[in-house]
Design a binder for this molecule. Structure first.
Ligand SMILES: Nc1ncnc2c1ncn2[C@@H]1O[C@H](COP(=O)(O)OP(=O)(O)OP(=O)(O)O)[C@@H](O)[C@H]1O
Length: 226
């Protein structure tokens, strides 16, 4: 469902050129759970941003659901991103001024759902992450684990075909990390494709495939599970 072929990306600053991603090719199947690992600075976030259409590769091809997006306009990328992809970040990225319900509602508003469908979907998503009892709270009234569960609700409320998670448990203790992992696995169980960056081998081993990056290149891939 998601393919990149020979993508590279470099960042230029005044005096240095950093090759963040070099000649990476990946083919991710619908419903697959993929974990990406690697040391700090090896290009994990850059790769995830390209997979999530938040950033463009300098060269190579990006395909999502059979559509070649390498030359797509920013407008088309935004359209495809909003209709297909949910994001979960290490630092939760909730809007401080909005309640739990309003945070989860944002993605639905972008996509033009009516009031009744929004309410039903929000209730279902908050039920799934066990946060309905905190619906009227704002993020600072929640623990980190609770905030990340709300962020997962925001990601799943539109029923995206693909979830991209950048170190989703990086700021959580092990119990909350395990809970967020379970929510991602639940999404995979419903047929959602999940690509997750993690520093935890124990978490990566819960995926279907573990990909190791080093200096912007894939150095190994391990097929896991049954
Ligand atoms: N906007 C930018 N401008 C210049 N260099 C950048 C930029 N973003 C990332 N880089 C560089 O590109 C390389 C890859 O960065 P990236 O954030 O993808 O790594 P990462 O594996 O996600 O790291 P970490 O685990 O520390 O988050 C690094 O050397 C980084 O310094």
């Amino acid at each position: 469902m998601l393919k990149v072929k020979a993508i590279s990306k470099a960042y230029e600053t005044s005096d240095v050129r950093t090759h963040a991603i070099s000649d990476v090719s990946l083919d991710i199947a619908e419903g697959e759970f993929v974990a990406i690992m690697g040391p700090s600075g090896c290009g994990k976030s850059t790769l995830l941003n390209i997979l999530g259409l938040l950033d463009r590769a300098d060269t190579g091809r990006t395909e999502l659901l059979g559509e070649d997006l390498s030359q797509a306009s920013d407008r088309d990328l935004t359209r495809v991103r909003r209709s297909t992809i949910g994001f979960v970040f290490q630092s939760f990225n909730l809007v401080d001024e909005l309640t739990v319900v309003q945070n989860v509602e944002l993605g639905l508003l972008y996509r033009g759902f009516g009031a009744r469908e929004r309410r039903e979907r929000i209730e279902a998503a908050l039920d799934q992450v066990g946060m309905r009892h905190r619906a009227r709270h704002v993020p600072k009234q929640l623990s980190g684990g609770q905030q990340q569960r709300v962020a997962v609700a925001r990601a799943i409320v539109c029923a995206p075909r693909l979830i991209l998670a950048d170190e989703p448990t990086g700021n959580l203790d092990s119990a909350n990390g395990a809970a967020v992992m379970q929510l991602l696995k639940d999404a995979v169980g419903r047929g959602t494709t999940v690509v997750m960056v993690t520093h935890s081998l124990a978490q990566a081993d819960q995926a279907d495939r573990r990909i190791q990056l080093l200096d912007g290149r894939i150095v190994s891939q391990t097929q896991l599970g049954a």
